[in-house]
Design a protein around this ligand. Sequence first.
Ligand code: PMP
Length: 351
Amino acid sequence: MSQFWSDLVHTLTPYVPGEQPKVDNLVKLNTNENPYPPSQKVYEAIASVNDERLRLYPDPNSDALKTTLQNHYGLKEGQVFIGNGSDEVLAHIFMALLKHDKPLLFPDITYSFYPVYCGLYGINYQTVPLTKQFEIDPADYRIENGGIIFPNPNAPTGRVLALDAIRTLLENNPNSVVVVDEAYIDFGGESAVSLVQDYPNLLVVQTYSKSRSLAGLRIGYAMGQSHLIEGLERVKNSFNSYPMDRVALAAGVAAIEDQAYFDGCCEKIIHTRENLVEFLTKNGFEVVPSAANFVFTKHKHLDAVDIAQQLRDKAIIVRHFKLPRIDQYLRISIGTDQENQALCDALSDIV
Ligand code: PMP
């Protein structure tokens, strides 16, 4: 360990991102990207960002994209914050909005970045176990807290929380910010964005990385009442960080405008997920009900690490988990129908 590091750096346990292999001929089902390309309109928008425009700094406020998102979600001016991927948006939320004297609550199990940010920003946290069926029960969140955060649908389980339950969480915790991380919402959940005008403590975070096929561009956003968004803008401007570059800005607007393409991709992914669930269930797997673009599953008898390794040998990458309660689980991202067929063929040889 470096003698030059500050005490903080010594205490951090950094996040380990999913494997991003360099070889193109792998079936990559390990990091929940969209298997379909972005809309053609996105490519056209990117091509329109010519040399002359790239010479200049981008709009520091990303106004065009903010207006597009505001209109799309029926929000008012000042209710959208934009960042380089939702991870960066989450970082701003951890810095700006969560109290340090009371624990931040999040489920056990959930997105593994949350404890990493808590370490970085010196935030206490307390995890709240999921039910046996891997569900979030709002009744378990009646603990004094400095904020609540959870993905909906949750990761890596894929289980979705209904809007009524989210309302209960908001009403039981009127003095805490409740952050709903909706990275996977478009694959089967109901967005809490419809609650924004009613709840001053709600922040909804979404991303272009999953349902909009743009993980490579890094666009994420938070939606909430203006007093929350203003806190995030203050943190951003204190860093002097630009929310996004000109290419991402143009693509971000175009992706929202092509609703038909977006709907078509989401429908295909949901359909493929249903086929995969049917195959897994018929072949000895238990599958947690999923509203996301992945499934969380374990085989009744076979070891998850072995299955993942055997799939890897057949050029298919999935994730397996090493946490105590879920060490036998695999998380499999939904691919194209062709990729899904390759997965099912490979699994048929293994199980
Ligand atoms: N939230 C959840 C629950 C995620 O799984 C991810 C992606 N791994 C993110 C946020 C971050 O996504 P991005 O930074 O690509 O927007």
